[in-house]
Design a protein around this ligand. Structure first.
Ligand code: ADP
Ligand code: MG
Length: 247
């Protein structure tokens, strides 16, 4: 279970304070798939980054599983404990380029003290699960397609057996013909009851795969509900306008 309460985050620039998260509260049940949608700049990535404290919230609390943190002033030990609860998949390019696909998936496990032989076996299983062939496992990221790289990234995220996987527009940097293979892997994870929080522009995918859709605008949750309901018949005018422009 993820429980986010009244999360606030501002950035300060030349034009003064930019309130990016303006009191966001969100619960995600174990095994639930939540899709976060909203216009560019609405705070979706910042919300995801706050969930693993890549970004430090100004205020609010985050509970994941048995770890609770309250901002501001989160102690380092709590930061590390919360980070262990999730793994993040970004738009792209988050593999280590000087490590093979296999090593990229093994590294998080060996870093946690898993013996090398065991890490290798698990990495091979995870890579197989995301559709990476044995021969491809030995290749370096630059020699892989964007879709393969993103599937290796997902295997890498699974390697640390997180409570939840956070995916930030995992398909938006891909050529259109490669989007489907990555969405298929995410769909499989959803069906295997993995807890997923996914920021996406793929509305049809969100309607099909997510249990719930959360629409964010201006750092606030404007509307949320069952995925098909929100996407096919949104209640709020702002959501309607966004969805009209998104398709
Ligand atoms: P989204 O993912 O919905 O497109 P973001 O969460 O990336 O939105 O960004 C929301 C707002 O926060 C934007 O106005 C962006 O410029 C600002 N922002 C994000 N990260 C930073 C940062 N590290 N420093 C300053 N401003 C930031
Ligand atoms: Mg973003």
């Amino acid at each position: 279970m993820i429980d986010v309460s009244d999360l606030r985050k501002s950035f300060f620039g030349k034009s003064g304070e930019n309130v990016v998260l303006d009191g966001v509260s969100l619960q995600v049940g174990t095994g639930e798939v939540v899709a976060i949608i909203g216009p560019s700049g609405s705070g979706k990535s910042t919300l995801l980054r706050c969930l693993n404290l890549l970004e430090t919230p100004d205020a609010g609390s985050i509970s994941i599983d048995d770890v609770t943190v309250r901002a501001p002033g989160i102690p380092g030990a709590q930061v590390r404990a919360l980070r262990k609860k999730t793994a993040m998949v970004f738009q792209g390019y988050n593999l280590f380029r000087n490590r093979t696909a296999l090593a990229n998936v093994m590294d998080p496990m060996t870093a946690q003290g898993t013996p090398k032989a065991q890490a290798e076996q698990t990495a091979r299983e995870l890579l197989t699960r995301v559709g990476i062939a044995e021969t491809t496992m030995q290749q370096y990221p630059v020699t892989l397609s964007g879709g393969q790289q993103q599937r290796v990234s997902i295997a890498r995220a699974l390697a640390v057996t997180p409570h939840a996987i956070l995916l930030d527009e995992p398909t938006s940097a891909l050529d259109p013909e490669l989007v489907g293979e990555v969405l298929a892997v995410i769909r499989d994870l959803a069906q295997q009851d993995m807890t997923l929080v996914i920021v996406t522009h793929e509305m049809a995918f969100a309607a099909e795969v997510a249990d719930r859709v959360v629409f964010i605008d201006g750092g606030r949750i404007v509307e949320q509900g069952p995925a098909r309901e929100v996407i096919r018949s949104p209640r709020e005018e702002r959501t309607r306008r966004f969805l009209r422009e998104a398709v």
